[in-house]
Structure formats: structure tokens, C-alpha cells
Design a protein around this ligand. Structure first.
Ligand SMILES: *Cc1c(COP(=O)(O)O)cnc(C)c1O
Length: 393
């Protein structure tokens, strides 16, 4: 596959496994076993069953009539917002908890920024009766108190990261430290297509159920084998990877990734990695990273916590570099506007992340195309932000 990972864990020049020596054995075990486990019949059966009966798949592909009229294209929404726990993240969490089980690991660790991945992880740990520790920046714990409460109610222990800026990257450092100290019995459950090989490929495979479903659904709805365009927002890039996966080699399907430009590309308050990042190593893999001249990772900003990440998965760096995917961006204001528009045209309140994908519909210079927008999650978690914005509209 032209856009797939190679045997060394690279997508073109990006990817690999840049990890401390203490983790070699652990990562090596995963590298050697993940494909065999994913392809095992019993594994596939349990994964599909949980996706169906527990997560609520398949999610619908919904023809958004009023939105389509407005933008003069046929717009289809892939309804990941209807998944259990409110977003696509559960697909990956289910896949990885089954992987941990097959590898005989009893203790699960994760890190979380806004808490969405932490909630998905705590959910599947409860499902399987496994011990769960979630590292979270102290500052993020204050900002995201409801998600902290959710994780605790699900039986997870939330551990505050008190160093540095007390946000996601500090939580990641703490999680990796824990992993090094407990490499033997601990499984590190990563929430996006980032991290050392094989995580990006493994997570993309677990999320690829999204495009697998789109492929048969678009055929039923339009009579055509392929959509013209697929649009997804990108933080680390897992929902985009899932929505693109089965279209990567179909070059006639245009792929659009939408990054969060925060207060604007030139404002210094942004998370648009491909526009501002350079090649660097983050979270165990080589990719594009937002950094200072001397290589310090910079603190990103977006109104949407899920897109507030200073890197991008290596697959996406490769799609950017090769031009296979086109990258666009949306500001905080554009995303909020798109969220209100979807709410009032279609009766669907999207997650702020997903609203970034919707926000480029008015910047496309095409007509009468079949466009799939991956609606990665629902907006319940963002009501505080929407309520504040309502007063200033
Ligand atoms: C976490 C999250 C994202 C961003 O993560 P990706 O790995 O880029 O998909 C997007 N949308 C929602 C709803 C999320 O919760």
C-alpha cells in the first residue's frame, strides 16, 4: 500500500519508534504480535461484537438535506457522534483493551488532555474489569471537572501531572515514566494515531471501521462506489485516519483534513501543525511538530480541547508531504459558527472538534459533489463553551 506503514514503522520519512531502551521489550512485543492478533478470527469476532452491541455500530451515514441545499453539494454526515461515550474514540479503546487482554496485561495506563480519551479508556477498563490509571495535567483537571468525575465514577484513578505547564504534554511524560517503571505488566493505551510504531498503524486499523461502513453506505445512498470528497478534523488524526483508511489508495477520492487555527494562523494562538510545524520527534515518533527554533515543543491553542495538540500522526505528515490529502484550517469563530449552523439546519449539535470539519464547507469551490463529513463527536461536552458564545452572537 502506497500510503500504508512499512515494516519498520515508517510512512515515507515519518513514524518509527523513538523510545527509551527500557521500553524496547514492551514495544517489541507489541510490534511482533499486533497484526497477528488483529487478524485472528476470535479477536475479530469479539471486536466486531463489542462495536455492534456495546458501541452502537454501524453508525448511520445521514444525508443532510438542508445543509446540502445551502452549500449546493450532497453532504453526508458520518454519525460517530452517536457512538457510546459520544465520539469515535471508543472504537480504538475497545480494540486496544482486547489487545491488552491478549497480551496478558492487567494494568492499563493512559493520558488525557480534555478527558475524552480518558473517559473512553476508563469505560473499556470497567467493561473488562482491569485496573485503570489516567494521567491528566492538574490544570486540565480543573478545566474538565465533569470528565474527571466520569472517569472516577467508572472506577479509574485520575493522577494529576503537576510538572511544567500542567497540561497534556506533562501528563504524557508522567504516563511514559509509569510505563518504563512497570513495563512488564502495564499496557499503555494511546488515544490517537500517534506514539511509537505500531501504535499509529494499530489505531488506524481499529478506526478503519468508519470508512469500511462509509464505503457500503455511500453505495446504498448514491449508487456510486465512492464519494467525491471526505472531510475530517485532525488533532492527532485518528478520526481522519478512520474515515480515510479504505479510500487512501482510491486517488479519485479527495481527502481534506481540517486543523484548528485557533485565533488565527498568525496569532501565535493556534494548533495548525502542518502550517507551522517542522520535522521533529514527539511522543515516540518522527512527524511534524510545532516547536521553537531550538526544538522545544510549543503549547498549542484551540477552543476545541481535542484539537489542541502540538503534533500530528506520522500518517498525516506523509499525506501532507505527498499531497494525497489537502490541509485546510478553521478558526475558533468559524468552528462555533458552523456548530450553530448545523444545530439549526439539521437538529444536530456537533462536538467543537467536528465543527472544524463543517467549517470548511463554505470554502470549497465545488458543486453537486458527494461529500462525506466525519462527524467525530457530539456537542454535549461543549455546551459551556457554546453557552458563552451565545451571549456574544
Ligand atoms: C479527540 C477528538 C478528536 C481529535 O482526535 P483525532 O485523533 O484527531 O480524531 C476529534 N473529535 C472528537 C469528537 C474528539 O473527541
Amino acid at each position: 500500500m502506497k500510503y500504508g506503514v512499512d515494516e519498520f514503522g515508517y510512512y515515507g520519512e515519518f513514524g518509527g519508534a523513538y523510545i527509551p531502551e527500557m521500553l524496547f521489550a514492551n514495544v517489541d512485543q507489541l510490534q511482533k504480535n499486533y497484526l497477528g492478533i488483529i487478524e485472528d478470527k476470535e479477536f475479530r469476532k469479539e471486536f466486531l461484537q463489542l462495536l455492534t452491541d456495546y458501541a452502537g455500530r454501524p453508525t448511520p451515514l445521514y444525508f443532510a438535506r438542508r445543509l446540502s441545499e445551502k452549500y449546493r453539494n450532497n453532504i453526508f454526515l458520518k454519525r460517530e457522534d452517536l457512538c457510546h461515550t459520544g465520539a469515535h474514540k471508543i472504537n480504538n479503546a475497545i480494540g486496544q483493551i482486547l489487545m491488552a487482554e491478549r497480551l496478558g496485561k492487567k494494568r492499563i495506563i493512559a493520558e488525557t488532555g480534555a478527558g475524552q480519551h480518558g473517559v473512553a479508556t476508563a469505560t473499556v477498563c470497567a467493561l473488562k474489569g482491569l485496573e485503570c490509571l489516567v494521567y491528566m495535567g492538574e490544570k486540565d483537571m480543573e478545566r474538565q471537572a465533569p470528565n474527571v468525575a466520569r472517569m472516577q465514577m467508572l472506577g479509574a484513578k485520575v493522577v494529576p501531572a503537576t510538572s511544567g505547564s500542567k497540561t497534556l504534554k506533562d501528563a504524557t511524560n508522567e504516563a511514559i515514566r509509569d510505563w518504563i517503571n512497570n513495563a512488564h505488566d502495564t499496557y499503555y493505551l494511546i488515544g490517537s494515531v500517534v506514539g511509537p510504531h505500531p501504535y499509529p498503524d494499530m489505531v488506524a486499523r481499529f478506526q478503519s471501521v468508519i470508512s469500511e461502513e462509509i464505503k457500503s453506505q455511500i453505495k446504498n445512498l448514491t449508487g456510486k462506489d465512492l464519494p467525491d470528497l471526505v472531510i475530517a478534523c485532525v488533532g492527532g488524526g485518528s478520526n481522519a485516519a478512520g474515515a480515510f483508511y479504505h479510500f487512501l489508495e482510491d486517488e479519485e477520492v479527495k481527502l481534506i483534513e481540517v486543523e484548528a487555527s485557533g485565533l488565527g494562523l498568525d496569532s501565535g494562538e493556534t494548533a495548525a501543525t502542518t502550517q507551522l510545524g517542522r520535522v521533529g520527534i514527539l511522543h515516540g515518533s518522527k512527524s511534524l511538530v510545532m516547536q521553537t527554533d531550538d526544538g522545544q515543543v510549543t503549547e498549542p491553542y484551540s477552543i476545541s480541547a481535542g484539537l489542541d495538540y502540538p503534533g500530528i500522526g506520522p500518517l498525516h505528515a506523509h499525506l501532507y508531504k505527498t499531497g494525497r490529502a489537502k490541509f485546510m484550517s478553521a478558526t475558533d469563530d468559524e468552528a462555533v459558527h458552523a456548530a450553530f449552523e448545523l444545530a439549526q439546519l439539521e437538529g444536530i449539535i456537533p462536538a467543537l472538534e467536528s465543527a472544524h470539519a463543517l467549517a470548511v464547507l463554505n470554502k470549497l469551490d465545488v458543486r453537486d459533489k458527494n461529500i462525506v463529513v466525519n462527524l467525530s463527536g457530539r456537542g454535549d461536552k461543549d455546551m459551556d463553551t457554546y453557552m458563552k458564545r451565545m451571549k456574544t452572537l
